[in-house]
Design a protein around this ligand. Structure first.
Ligand code: NAP
Length: 259
């Protein structure tokens, strides 16, 4: 399917690895020029070069922490009013409800709620002026059904979801859509880190922790970054202009809910 976005320009945050990289690859395959970001310059440049070689699009890299005001200014300067914005950053650490104090919540809110809000606020006006724009926020399955060990994520991402629900309907008249992608477990470094935590807690191997988790998913496997990226690219396509303010769950059926 031609996604109809060849020649558009996208800012894809936190995209040297994992789900952000999947989004960058799928947009590049659709002919979109990219600004990619991550903190680590080496992996970022390697990912960018691979995308340039495979898809022939222009890729600018910005190595910085996108959850800081300085980092946001850097990526926004490089992207220069993008047509497409994909927000993403690392997830907060696991724990239980009694572990976290105010500073932990502020950090989680900065990373997973206030950073995407700041980036949207900066990018939406030009999209609205042009009468076309796409925003996809990478959130989490934890928005639909809380994950006990990820209370910081549950809280911060639900706040973002409320903001998007209201804002998406205010910008839609200008041809701009905002939607959220909610990953369940996907085969990325984040999954290895979560499985390593279970392995330590339960004194089992990382492989056993993964098998145990896969057994709880109706699809009996982890998602892939390519599947995730393809969904992101579709939401950014010309075909998705009537999808507004939605929360698209990609979890292999793991969240047991009718709607
Ligand atoms: P990942 O494989 O660990 O990749 C994270 C990417 O983001 C890397 O490129 C990393 O590069 C970059 N990054 C992290 N923090 C950053 C920051 N502050 N500024 C700029 N770049 C940053 O993680 P992932 O699995 O793709 O997860 C992406 C998001 O989805 C996370 O918020 C995660 O919590 C959420 N999520 C993931 C899953 C899953 O199963 N994978 C499920 C639910 C939710 P650098 O380290 O070099 O900065």
């Amino acid at each position: 399917m031609d996604l109809g976005i060849k020649g558009k320009r996208a800012l894809v945050c936190a995209s040297s690895k994992g789900l952000g990289l999947g989004c960058a690859e799928a947009l590049a395959e659709a002919g979109v020029d990219l600004v990619m970001n991550a903190r680590g310059a080496e992996a970022l440049e390697a990912a960018a070069e691979d995308i340039r070689t495979r898809f022939g699009v222009s890729v600018t890299t910005v190595a910085c922490d996108v959850t800081t005001a300085e980092g946001q200014a850097e990526v926004l300067a490089a992207a220069d009013t993008p047509d497409i914005l994909v927000t993403n950053a690392g997830g907060p650490p696991p724990g239980i409800w009694s572990d976290w104090d105010r500073d932990d919540f502020i950090r989680a809110l900065d990373s997973n709620m206030l950073t995407p809000i700041a980036l949207m606020k900066a990018c939406l006006p030009a999209m609205m002026d042009r009468g076309w724009g796409r925003v996809v926020n990478i959130t989490s399955q934890s928005v639909k059904a809380p994950i006990p060990a990820l209370g910081l994520s549950n809280a911060a991402r639900t706040g973002l979801t409320g903001y998007v629900a209201g804002t998406a309907r205010q910008v839609a008249p200008s041809g701009v859509t905002i939607n959220n992608l909610l990953p369940g477990i996907h085969d990325t470094d984040r999954a290895v880190s979560l499985d390593s935590g279970v392995s330590r807690q339960q004194n089992i191997s990382v492989e056993q922790a993964r098998e145990q988790r896969e057994g709880t998913i109706p699809a009996r496997r982890y998602g892939t970054r390519a599947e995730f990226g393809a969904t992101c690219a579709f939401l950014c396509s010309q075909h998705a202009g009537f999808i507004v303010g939605q929360n698209v769950l990609l979890d292999g059926g793991a969240t047991n809910a009718t709607i």
